[in-house]
Design a protein around this ligand. Structure first.
Ligand code: NAD
Ligand code: 0WE
Length: 266
């Protein structure tokens, strides 16, 4: 018996085998969950279908979360397919490239709206669409980053969006509590995914992370997948509204400690 045996899990945000959503999907499949996958658009289908096949997912549907109609349609199909859903994972974030460099004060009104729509509102909208057929004991999960709490240079608009996403996690936890459904977020350390590689300064940031984080190890999509299993399993039965860090301890450090990594290696 796996930790998720008998549970139906639908995962949003799979792009390729580097995606955090893929780490979560693989861990869920290993633990016995029945998997459903949703991806953004047609361009991704040829990548996503073979991955879905690897974990025996029998529900693979496109959904651009910018569209209320597409969210309603995927929810309806999920209900027809699964009957009830136990777990929904939201692993989606997007801002225009212009909003991820330079001065934060240069964020455009349209860029602000787009980032909030795709990265924050979509979690709320998916929660609402799936609410009528979420099983008691179920869980919603989203992905966030420390740039919501402290300034991460260039993360800019996404930092503001992640702060709103984390607050949304707490408000949703209150809404869904009486239904017996938990809502949490994982705050992951930097991982070289599609969304991260398109970012200037990411490489240096990824390197310095290793020196600052107490464990001096990079976070992998497997690490995030295993934490996601816990948060969405019955072992986390009384955990809701939390922001759970999977970051090698990076966030607990106040001042950096020069030389700490070298000492560890010696
Ligand atoms: P990724 O590029 O693999 O995943 C991002 C996903 O968002 C893609 O699958 C993309 O198709 C999807 N998406 C974008 N716009 C969409 C839309 N309109 N409709 C539907 N889907 C849409 O990158 P990732 O790093 O795995 O990102 C997943 C989540 O993890 C994001 O919320 C990201 O902010 C968060 N996160 C990433 C890191 C990191 O360092 N990679 C760290 C912490 C948190
Ligand atoms: O949340 C993210 C990625 C967010 C992201 C990345 C892109 C790049 C390509 C959102 N939208 C886009 N739009 C694009 O056109 N991360 C946590 C990874 C990340 O992104 C950063 C980081 C880190 C870490 C951006 C700047 C600084 C640090």
């Amino acid at each position: 018996m796996g930790l998720l045996t008998g549970k139906n899990a639908i995962i949003f945000g799979l792009a390729n085998d580097k995606s955090i959503a893929w780490g979560i999907t693989q861990a869920f499949a290993r633990e016995g969950a029945r998997i459903g996958i949703s991806y953004a658009g047609e361009a991704l289908e040829k990548r996503v279908r073979p991955l879905a096949a690897q974990v025996g997912a029998d529900f693979v549907e496109q959904c651009d979360v910018a569209s209320d109609e597409q969210i309603a349609a995927v929810a309806e199909k999920a209900r027809a397919h699964f009957g009830e859903v136990d777990i929904l994972v939201h692993s989606i974030g997007f801002a225009n490239k212009d909003e991820l460099q330079g001065y934060f004060y240069n964020t455009s009104r349209a860029g602000f709206h787009l980032a909030m729509d795709i990265s924050v509102y979509s979690f709320v909208a998916l929660a609402k669409a799936f609410q009528p057929f979420l099983r008691k004991g179920g869980a919603l999960l989203t992905l966030t980053y420390y740039g919501s709490v402290k300034v991460a240079p260039n993360y800019n608009m996404m930092g503001v969006a992640k702060a709103a996403l984390e607050a949304s996690t707490r408000y949703l936890a209150r809404d869904f509590g009486p239904q017996g459904v938990r809502v949490n977020a994982i705050s992951a350390g930097p991982i070289r995914t599609l969304a991260a590689m398109g970012v200037s300064g990411f490489r240096d940031m990824h390197k310095s992370f290793l020196e600052i984080a107490p464990l001096h190890e990079h976070v992998t999509i497997e690490d995030v997948g295993n934490a996601a299993v816990y948060l969405c399993s019955d072992w986390a039965a009384k955990v809701t509204g939390e922001i759970h860090y999977v970051d090698s301890g990076y966030n607990i450090m106040g001042t950096p400690e020069p030389g700490a990594f070298k000492e560890k290696q010696e």
